[in-house]
Design a protein around this ligand. Structure first.
Ligand code: AMP
Length: 285
């Protein structure tokens, strides 16, 4: 695996590979890699000629300075995992490489309600920073396929919308959420969970599964109120539990109202903020 820190070096290598007409699959990450990230790399490796990953803890998407400071960083372990997964190239830039001083690279697109609901309410500015870094990394890597996790469902919806608005030919691939054996969605932030919170957190997935069953015959308000109560009883501090249309992210009240329904949750487990989601109704292919 080649490791690049400079945009120019990565570009030079990609240009040379491009001349051999190879397809590039790209997996952007913030590091502290786990099996969820690896499943994205493996999918890229399987479906493309070259798998390129990036590790960049993007300061502009952290609305909470404490979260940025405490974000786990373990580059040596990450490199070993990527090597093992057969990743072809890793881009590990410094902040000035991604955001050259004096250049305003901010994405100023209108995502309508997509970045206003759920995470948008509780993490102001987060999606603007996320869209900016994803656009910048896509401009650098210019992949054919972009691999992202369903775990960050709202992020995916916004990136899908950004690619549409930009008229980008990049194919966005949504990879399923990798979970621990007890159901907790894998996340770099899980490393920071206190033991009692690590024990409580799997209730999120159980509640999502219960919601999937009950939403078929109960309105969203009932399902939502029960889910919030169950999370609170387990010692978590839920911020939202929303049942939404999988494309528009607008609220869905009844099961028959949409062909694609997702329940999304954001909750604090002690000092760590967790998110998860579950498709309650999948669109018929
Ligand atoms: P992050 O490093 O948290 O920015 O995540 C990088 C990519 O990995 C994003 O596309 C995430 O959605 C994806 N990802 C994170 N956790 C998981 C998971 N448990 N399963 C699948 N993909 C994940």
């Amino acid at each position: 695996m080649l490791i690049f820190k400079k945009v120019a070096d990565l570009r030079q290598w990609l240009d040379a590979e491009g001349r051999k007409e190879k397809t590039v699959g790209f997996v952007p990450t913030m590091g502290a890699l786990h099996e969820g990230h690896m499943s994205l790399v493996l999918a890229a490796k399987t479906e493309c000629d070259l798998a390129v990953a990036s590790i960049f803890v993007n300061p502009t998407q952290f609305n909470d300075p404490n979260d940025l400071e405490k974000y786990p960083r373990m580059p040596d372990k990450d490199i070993a995992l990527l090597l093992h997964a057969g990743c072809d190239a890793l881009f590990m830039p410094a902040v000035e490489e991604v955001y050259p001083p004096g250049l305003d690279l901010r994405v100023q697109l209108d995502f309508r309600q997509l970045d206003q609901v759920m995470e948008g309410v509780f993490r102001p500015g987060h999606f603007g920073g996320m869209a900016t870094v994803v656009k910048r990394l896509l401009d650098i890597v210019q992949p054919h396929r972009l691999y992202m996790g369903q775990k960050d469902f709202q992020q995916l919806a916004i990136v899908r919308d950004m690619l549409r608005q930009l008229g980008s030919p990049i194919h966005l691939v949504m990879c399923p959420t990798a979970r621990e054996t007890d159901g907790l969605a894998m996340s770099s932030r899980n490393l920071r969970l206190a033991p009692e919170m690590r024990a409580a957190a799997p209730v999120i997935y159980k509640i999502l599964q219960e919601a999937k069953a009950s939403f078929q015959h109960e309105p969203a308000s009932i399902v939502q109120a029960r889910a919030i109560k169950q999370m609170e009883s387990a010692g978590l501090k839920p911020e939202y539990f929303d049942i939404v249309d999988g494309m528009s992210l607008l609220p869905v009240v009844h099961y028959a109202e949409s062909d694609f329904i997702v329940a999304c949750v954001g909750a604090w487990a002690g000092a760590v903020r967790l998110i998860d989601n579950l498709v309650l109704k999948a669109p018929v292919e």
